[in-house]
Design a protein around this ligand. Structure first.
Ligand SMILES: Cc1cc2nc3c(=O)[nH]c(=O)nc-3n(C[C@H](O)[C@H](O)[C@H](O)COP(=O)(O)OP(=O)(O)OC[C@H]3O[C@@H](n4cnc5c(N)ncnc54)[C@H](O)[C@@H]3O)c2cc1C
Length: 378
């Protein structure tokens, strides 16, 4: 196996802490949270206490001031557990960085320490009922009024939406100007007119909070706009390679987790007087999946190195997102097959891995959109 070279001893120590926390406080609750349709709210506070939230946010704003490898570790350890790592990454490594890069000092001091402690949960609201892939065509508007804006519209499929204390909302400030008419706003859940719809019933990721959000004439003060007016599209593009790589990281970790489960299961389970693992079909198929997972890991690690150097390009990030999430769906499907009928039973981790994986090819830009981006480099 090709040894991974990204991590230092302090990263491995952090990984050990996250893994043992997950084994003690997450794994025993997964089935219950799936049935309840959400995790316990206090888990966010617990993650805050342990320094698992906002690791890359500077200490002056309540974060750990660490490098993004710590974020990678949180994803690798927690994404295979009902997609929990993805909800946390969205909060810590997508929403919080928008505030860090573009919010006023006042806003940063108000929200970032609360986010790092898990007291306030962050969401990113882009997709709308009328369409998610074509961001330039969004219909939510922010109309200029004295001292701020009036926000009107609705968003759908918003992760962390039901519990969020704030949402970074993408809205049109110039409805006639496509990409050049988009701005970003920090909308506090307490602002009058901000309403949350019901939690959406999903086929997988059942414990993940995904909701509709409605904005009915919400007054958003000037100070809650991120950066300059009409520059929002550029701000969204700036961090996209890192955001997309996060999904690839989650995908490869989920492949590893599915393989480990399946190797263990097929070693124990017997048919025709021998372990399932000893059939040549099992060994060959698992050998193929292990090879592809290793290849994906090497590519993702190289992309991560580029993230650390601020040099990951959008095409390579799109390749990583599309290829690794496609691979994840293939791996979990093949691994489920080796579990036979048990693989179809809800309480088996491989069954959950199978249904949870499917969303990965849809959010963060669908895999078709990824191929469109890649094709522009042909
Ligand atoms: C579990 C989950 C969590 C999510 N979390 C969030 C979130 O936190 N915030 C947020 O803003 N959104 C979120 N989303 C929404 C997600 O980003 C969108 O669903 C996604 O971008 C696709 O948009 P859509 O559903 O409107 O599909 P559409 O844009 O209607 O696309 C439908 C189909 O057409 C294809 N298609 C569209 N355009 C093209 C094209 N140019 N070329 C080829 N094919 C094309 C798509 O690939 C897709 O297969 C989430 C979705 C899910 C399922």
């Amino acid at each position: 196996m090709i040894a991974r070279t990204l991590f230092q001893p302090e990263h491995e120590q952090f990984r050990g802490m996250v893994r043992s926390f997950a084994q003690k406080e997450i794994v025993p609750n997964l089935l219950r949270w799936d049935e309840a349709g959400g995790i316990d709210r206090k888990l966010w506070n617990r993650c805050g206490e342990l320094g698992i939230l906002c690791p890359a946010i500077p200490a002056e704003y309540g974060g750990a001031g660490a490098d993004r490898l710590f974020s990678m570790i949180v994803l690798e350890e927690l994404a295979p557990l009902g997609g929990l790592g993805i909800s946390l990454a969205l909060h810590s490594d997508i929403v919080a960085p928008y505030l860090l890069s573009f919010a006023t000092e006042e806003l940063k001091h108000r929200y970032l320490p609360a986010m790092a402690a898990g007291r306030t949960i962050g969401a990113l609201a882009m997709s709308e009922p009328g369409g998610g892939s074509d961001l330039k065509a969004i219909r939510t508007t922010a109309r200029r009024v004295a001292g701020g804006y009036r926000l009107n519209g609705s968003k759908i499929f918003i992760s962390n939406g039901g519990e969020c204390g704030l949402a970074v909302v993408v809205a049109k400030t110039d409805p006639d100007a496509a990409a050049k008419g988009i701005s970003l706003f920090v909308v506090d859940a307490a602002m009058p007119g901000f309403e949350k719809g019901r939690r959406l019933g999903k086929i997988g990721l059942k414990a993940q909070d995904t909701a509709e959000l409605f904005f009915n004439d919400v007054f958003v003060p000037d100070g809650h706009r991120l950066g300059e007016e009409n520059q929002g599209f550029g701000y969204l593009m700036r961090e996209l390679p890192w955001e997309r790589l996060q999904l690839a990281i989650a995908a490869v970790a989920s492949c590893e987790a599915a393989l480990a489960l399946t190797i263990g299961y097929t070693r124990e389970r017997r048919a025709f007087s021998q372990p399932i693992l000893d059939f040549q079909n099992t060994r060959f198929k698992l050998a193929e999946l292990k090879s592809e997972t290793q290849i994906a890991q090497v590519f993702v690690d190289r992309c991560m190195q580029l993230v650390l150097e601020n040099a990951l390009d959008p095409t390579s990030a799109a390749m990583a997102k599309y290829w690794c999430t496609d691979l994840q769906c293939k791996v979990v499907d093949e691994c489920l097959q080796f579990h036979g009928g048990y693989g179809y039973m809800q309480e088996y981790a491989i069954a959950r891995a199978f249904i949870d994986a499917r969303a990965q090819r849809i959010y963060g830009g669908t895999n078709e959109i990824m191929k469109d981006i890649i094709s522009r480099s042909l």
